[in-house]
Design a protein around this ligand. Structure first.
Ligand code: PML
Length: 241
């Protein structure tokens, strides 16, 4: 689902969501996605596009990343924590700076930015659209287990689950070394840094309430085949199990 509003001939992103579902769940999901778009804190959309595609390829199975919530009291502290972690895994200062430029811009992208870990070059072919992580879902039994686990941490919400499923799919892409996400929802102030090695580390107060900025960055290794990374994120069906 993709919802947007056009003002002054400029299309502004409002909300987006993706998932893999059984045929029997399609009607329910259309309703849920439509309601989400119509009641989004980013504003009222004047266009909602819902695309339904049959998945022909057998989904690959992925494990779910371990979850931890870090202590963090402010956006500045969040930036320090994230910068330090990224530098520890070989991301240059320039790449971190470019990432925060995207993450803090109020000109939010519809999808994610791909940033090379050394030069900091942005590699997504369309800078406004970005790369949309798509064709991802969770098996019923895994979702039950995950709900139990998240309930114990008091974070069993659709937002956490969706972000975790997305981060788990992305972490399975060998060319991606880390992901950083700030929600573009002005009411949602927890973000995360994630990777195969770090797991899914939630960062409270990554932004102040009311902030319209946000986004998602994937740091990728230099010299990799970017088309393959985009293909993994956008096209390869992955189910967390
Ligand atoms: C989003 O708005 O889609 C991103 C949410 C990121 C953080 C989710 C969490 O609380 O772990």
């Amino acid at each position: 689902m993709r919802a947007s509003r056009t003002t002054n001939r400029r299309e502004h992103h409002i909300s987006g969501a993706e998932g893999i579902y059984e045929k029997s769940a399609i009607s329910k999901m259309i309703k849920a996605y439509t309601e989400r778009a119509l009641n989004h804190p980013r504003g009222k959309p004047d266009k909602i596009v819902i695309t339904i595609e049959e998945i022909k390829q057998k989904p690959k199975k992925a494990g779910i990343l371990p979850v931890k919530t870090l202590k963090c009291g402010s956006p500045d502290e969040a930036k320090n924590i994230i910068s330090q972690m990224l530098e520890n895994i070989g991301v240059s200062k320039k790449a971190v700076k470019n990432a925060f430029k995207v993450l803090t811009s109020t000109n939010t992208m519809r999808g994610a930015s791909l940033i090379l870990k050394e030069t900091g070059t942005r590699m997504e072919p369309d800078k406004k659209r970005g790369v949309r992580v798509s064709r991802l879902g969770i098996e019923k039994s895994a979702e039950k287990k995950l709900s139990k686990r998240l309930s114990k941490m008091n974070i069993n919400t659709g937002t956490v689950k969706e972000a975790l499923i997305l981060a788990s799919k992305a972490a399975g892409c060998p060319e991606i070394i880390a992901e950083v996400c700030i929600s573009d929802d002005p009411d949602y102030t927890t973000g995360y840094i994630a990777s195969e090695k770090l797991g899914y580390l939630r960062i409270p107060n990554i932004k102040n309430r009311g902030g319209m900025h946000g986004g998602r960055i994937f740091f990728v290794k230099e010299g990799v085949n970017i088309k393959r990374v985009i293909d993994h994120l956008e096209k390869k069906p992955v189910m967390t199990a």
